[in-house]
Design a protein around this ligand. Structure first.
Ligand code: ADP
Length: 454
């Protein structure tokens, strides 16, 4: 990771007193930072080597419930510990928090010190290893879309999440005046993240009132996922510091456009893109075509990792720039996969299926696995679709519910081969639990519709 602090530099900063707090973090199943705040002196003297956390943290939901049905942990086994092993190449300042740096950890078994297979960072590292064995490096960029709100998280919670008002009154897509009004939040987000060592490209207004996007320059896959996670966390913290709520829920209002996280992907060898072949149509190499054919063929099986909640599926609706079909097209924003940078060295595929709620480690892992499978199977890429793909009745649908995506995941031989049965079973249980929890509740819509009239 560029511009991170070395451990020796951290030691000097702690001894000088300019750093007193080290956030020791790992990434959970939902893509959130979890961990502990160490005193700087304790970290540089002892805890840099390892610390511990309860193993329920990789078997819980957004609300920290302890669902049954996980093989890795349970009440019966007493919810023991994992080792949090700091990856000292990820130490970085967090300039929006005084005297504070952070480090990301890998999660290891408490006894064997082997990586925990369902840990998101371990899953991505495994796919990167598979590519490395082929002499290939993946470079990715995940775009972060989100909504800014007038009120704070605390006020909105007290108000029961009712009458949510986004920070602006109109669609602010590429809008300079409206985004100027949001600079008290967005400028510190860009600059603090840049100073934390993230290669920030830009932020821009998006296609709905109160919607912003942050772009980070494409990077090797693990860096990209680390950047996404740190940036999402920073966006929440910096907005909170400014008294505003921010939401990465993919669809917070039925009549508003949703938020996505498009994933741009290309493969490289010896610092040259092997997706580019200037002699081939659109500049797409044969390898790129096999990779994209794999992405498309296996999309229904890995959609869960791009859309992990009940709400995620509400985003896939016509005429909102969110796709509904698993086909590809050339620079056409109505398809699940868009060819970008046609006929240039920057030729790449953008997957538009993922929502702003995806876990970038998991999303990148399954797409790399699908691309590798496409290369291994020499899959033939169908021809590009054209026109308004929402209306193309012949094009295959993205799974339309969490229930369907979960069944596809459970029955996916391809994912079982690429990730391992234990990993697929673990995430299938997470998906089932999410649906079970939703099925238990009575929604506002049901009450309003049927209370009097049923
Ligand atoms: P858009 O029109 O989708 O906003 P951009 O030109 O802003 O397109 O690029 C979107 C993302 O694609 C950026 O984060 C950029 O860093 C990334 N990107 C550019 N080239 C490549 C590449 N060769 N491989 C992967 N990502 C890339």
């Amino acid at each position: 990771m560029p511009n991170s602090l070395t451990f020796d530099e951290l030691k000097t900063l702690v001894k000088k007193g300019s750093v007193d707090t080290v956030l020791v973090c790992f990434v959970d199943m939902q893509g959130r930072l979890m961990g502990k705040r160490f005193h700087g002196v304790n970290f540089i003297d002892f805890s840099y080597n390892e610390t511990h956390c309860c193993n329920y943290l990789l078997a819980t939901d957004l609300e920290m419930a302890t669902p049954d049905g996980y093989a890795s942990t349970s009440w019966e086994t007493g919810y023991g510990d994992y080792v949090m092993k700091p990856d000292l190449s990820t130490i970085r300042p967090l300039p929006w928090l005084e005297g504070t740096v952070m480090v990301l950890c890998d999660i290891l078994d408490h006894n064997t010190h082997e990586p925990i297979s369902h840990s998101p960072r371990a899953i991505l590292k495994n796919q990167i290893k598979r590519l490395k064995a082929m002499g290939i490096e993946a470079k990715m960029a995940t775009e972060l879309e989100f909504f800014l709100f007038e009120k704070s998280f605390e006020q909105i919670r007290k108000d029961g999440f009712q009458n949510l008002q986004p920070i602006s009154g109109y669609n602010e897509d590429y809008h300079i005046f409206q985004t100027t009004k949001e600079e008290s939040i967005m400028r510190p987000i860009r600059n603090h993240l840049f100073d934390a060592g993230l290669p920030i490209e830009n932020s821009k207004g998006e296609a709905e009132a109160g919607q912003e996007e942050l772009n980070i320059r494409y990077s090797p896959a693990l860096d990209c996922a680390d950047y996404h996670t740190i940036a999402k966390h920073a966006i929440k913290e910096i907005s909170w510091q400014q008294g505003h709520a921010v939401s990465f829920l993919p669809k917070w209002h039925k009549d508003r456009v949703g938020s996505s996280s498009h994933v741009h992907q290309s493969l490289w060898k010896d610092d040259e893109s092997i997706f580019y072949d200037k002699l081939k149509p659109h500049g797409m190499s044969d390898l790129m075509k096999h990779y994209m054919a794999g992405l498309i063929k296996y999309a229904p099986e890995y959609t869960y990792f791009l859309a992990p909640y009940v709400n995620s599926y509400k985003r896939f609706s016509k005429g909102t720039f969110a796709p509904t079909k698993t086909v590809w097209s050339i620079d056409n924003r109505t398809a699940g996969f868009r060819l970008c940078g046609e006929n240039t060295v920057g030729v790449r595929v953008e997957c538009r299926i993922g929502g702003s709620d995806l876990n970038p480690y998991l999303a990148q892992s399954v797409m790399l696995a699908a691309g590798i499978k496409g290369i291994e199977e020499n899959l033939v890429l169908s021809s590009a679709t054209t026109g308004d793909i929402y209306e193309d009745s012949k094009a295959a649908d993205i799974p339309q519910s969490l229930r369907l995506a979960t069944e596809n995941l459970r029955n996916s031989d391809f994912l079982r081969e690429a990730l391992g049965d234990d990993v697929v079973d673990h995430y299938t249980r997470a998906a089932e639990w999410e649906q079970e929890e939703f099925d238990r509740v009575i929604t506002d819509w049901e009450i309003a519709r049927g209370f009097e009239r049923a």
